[in-house]
Design a protein around this ligand. Structure first.
Ligand code: GRG
Length: 311
């Protein structure tokens, strides 16, 4: 893996700037969400917890690459973070992974009780689509298409389908191909969504710097290849961190995959091969980003950064 990409301070600062912009924008999107009620407090608690904001920051990064105004994209970026956060809240519940810590804090159901945690996830999902529809009314066809991609990739063709496969794989000897398909759905799909939002908004508003139809579609296809490979590497890293990570740095416990009899890629192929494959998916992601030339610099930095992440 190219070490210069990881040392790219300019891209690092820009990416963290996107993440910070999302974190700052979030409170304005939940002002009226069950204000004062336990449910409202649960939504605020989960959404303002210190997540890395990778998905919404990536949405803004792709918007810059495609020439879409980041202000236009912000509602979709926040909606994506809400959907991701809802998935974590539900995933932590006793009927799923039964975890006590998330983002360095007690999980939602530990603080607010199971019923409120269930409702909190539902509220985040509903609010996400309320925000998207508000924006789509303003933005017209491209906003509606961006919303459709959010719904599709968070649903049975994406994250939820992956979670269902993940559950079905428990206590089985599922092989690498099944696990990679599970990871493509449960983890890559929301990263793919970050790109899909930018692509759809660009169709009418940005249009990839006056490129031809063909060049635009090639660039759109490259976003899918980039995010799918990045997601596979990201999930394998997540599996490895669950074995070797530091709970304090991770903000969540380690060893939960083994405790829950989760079938992971690492369990299927062994840690050494999994680590090699993680590097090779990262390289494939970097190759896919080549189509963006200098504009894709931030994508190369992100791929290198996630490969080395400690949390
Ligand atoms: C239960 C509705 C429901 C969905 C579950 C996949 C999933 C869907 C739940 C989350 C648990 C999990 C292992 C997800 C895979 C993706 C992943 C590694 C999420 C953690 O993402 P980070 O590291 O988290 O970006 P932060 O907290 O930084 O946002």
């Amino acid at each position: 893996m190219d070490k210069t990409a990881k040392a790219d301070e300019v891209s690092k600062n820009i990416f963290y700037g996107y993440a910070e912009a999302v974190t700052k924008a979030i409170p304005s999107y939940i002002e009226d969400t069950g204000s004062g009620t336990e449910l409202g407090k649960a939504v605020e608690y989960c959404l303002t917890a210190p997540g890395k904001r990778i998905r919404p920051a990536l949405t803004l990064a792709f918007c810059d690459i495609f020439g879409v105004d980041c202000g236009l994209a912000m509602p979709y970026a926040v909606a994506l973070e809400m959907i991701h956060t809802y998935s974590l809240v539900h995933d932590d519940m006793p009927c799923m992974d039964d975890d006590d810590l998330r983002r360095g804090r007690p999980t939602c159901h530990k603080v607010f009780g199971e019923a409120n945690a269930l409702l909190c996830g539902d509220a985040l999902l509903n609010r996400a689509f309320e925000i998207v529809f508000e924006a789509a009314v303003r933005d017209g066809r491209c906003g509606a298409a961006a919303g459709r991609e959010l719904a599709r990739l968070a649903g049975t063709e994406g994250m939820l389908g992956g979670q269902a496969l993940d559950i079905a794989n428990e206590n089985t000897e599922a092989g690498p191909d099944v696990l990679l398909e599970t990871y493509r759905l449960k983890t890559s799909a929301l990263l793919e969504c970050a790109a899909a939002v930018a692509v759809e908004l660009a169709r009418e508003n940005g249009r990839y710097f006056n490129s031809s139809e063909e060049e635009f579609e090639n660039a759109a296809a490259a976003t899918v290849s980039f995010t799918r490979n990045l997601g596979l590497a990201f999930q394998i890293k997540d599996d490895l961190l669950d074995i070797t990570g530091d709970p304090g740095t991770l903000g969540k416990p380690v060893g939960s995959d083994e405790r829950d009899s989760k079938r992971t890629y690492v369990a299927a192929v062994g840690a050494e091969k999994a680590a090699r494959d993680m590097e090779s998916y990262t390289e494939k992601a970097v190759e896919a980003a080549a189509v963006f030339g200098e504009r894709g610099r931030i994508l190369r930095w992100l791929a290198a950064e996630l490969l080395d992440r400690k949390h």
